[in-house]
Ligand binder design. Structure first.
Ligand code: PTJ
Length: 250
């Protein structure tokens, strides 16, 4: 479907279209369309703009990524369909590994997502036909199985649009977890070390921009930014952003 850029809901409709095409091309799980609907509802309540609270979270996320020993970005179907180019650029900039890790696991979809990332400039994609896999304890889904060289060995993991179960398990495994989730109340948001409460279509380009700007900072400066970030307090700010926008309607 061709959407006119003059339509007042152009960006939202275009995003839906990207996901539908991603589903038709075997990238997005059918459940991914439902998950997007939940995210979209929150985005609507935030006024479809980046909440103020996401700025300190984005800075903290960049600091964690840039100072990590082995940072890895976990890729699911929705992420691959919505931000393939920028997520690869971010991985190359940090540099961080890219690992396909699906909730609704299928080897065919893993391979398709891997090829899509490669077409967008990724040199190596982990998690596709991986021989050396290990299991993360306390995860009750297919996401428990991770690449031993990727998420298995990572000290910092970026998990856009994740389920709470694995976010909690990754923290328990001693990893720093960066989540991107429009729902500030989700289990993922609360379990993460840093949660960027924003739509992934805005959050990843912004994270890319901030990471580029922070890349020259010293290790001690990065450590100061990451250690002074308080996720619980920042999620409370995100709730205030949401209430503030909704009060404008009352
Ligand atoms: O491709 P797969 O098989 O790995 O599956 C991916 C989905 C997204 C289907 C899977 O991870 C899933 O079921 O996720 P959940 O548990 O529904 O959680 C998705 C979270 O992401 C929810 O809290 C949504 O509010 C949030 N969300 C959805 N769309 C966006 C979003 N957050 C930011 N930006 C979005 N565009």
């Amino acid at each position: 479907m061709k959407i006119s850029p003059n339509h007042p809901r152009f960006r939202s409709l275009e995003t839906r279209e990207q996901l539908v095409q991603g589903f038709q091309n075997g990238i997005v799980a059918v459940q991914g369309l439902i998950a997007h609907g939940r995210g979209e509802a929150f985005d609507y309540l935030f006024g479809e703009i980046t909440p103020k609270s996401s700025r300190p979270a984005t800075r903290a996320a960049a600091a964690f990524l840039l100072s990590a020993r082995n940072p890895v970005i976990s890729i699911n179907g929705n992420t691959a369909a919505l931000v393939p180019r920028d997520i690869v650029k971010l991985a190359r900039l940090v540099p961080a590994g890219l690992e396909v890790n699906l909730f609704h696991r299928s080897p065919v979809r893993e391979r398709r997502i891997g090829s899509l990332l490669k077409r967008n400039g990724a040199k190596q994609v982990l998690g596709v036909n991986a021989r050396a896999r290990i299991r993360i304890r306390r995860v009750a889904s297919a996401r428990r199985s991770v690449d031993a060289k990727g998420i298995g060995d990572a000290d910092v993991v970026l998990i856009p649009l994740e389920d709470g179960d694995r976010a909690e398990a990754l923290r328990k495994a001693g990893k720093a977890v960066i989540a991107i989730d429009l729902n500030p109340m989700s289990r993922t948001s609360r379990a993460a070390s840093v949660t960027i409460v924003d739509n992934i279509i805005r959050a990843i380009p912004e994270l890319l921009r901030i990471t580029l700007r922070m890349k020259p900072l010293s290790r001690s400066r990065l450590d100061k930014i990451s250690s002074s970030f308080d996720n619980e307090k920042n999620l409370a700010r995100a709730m205030k952003d949401l209430i503030h926008y909704m009060q404008g309607w009352a």
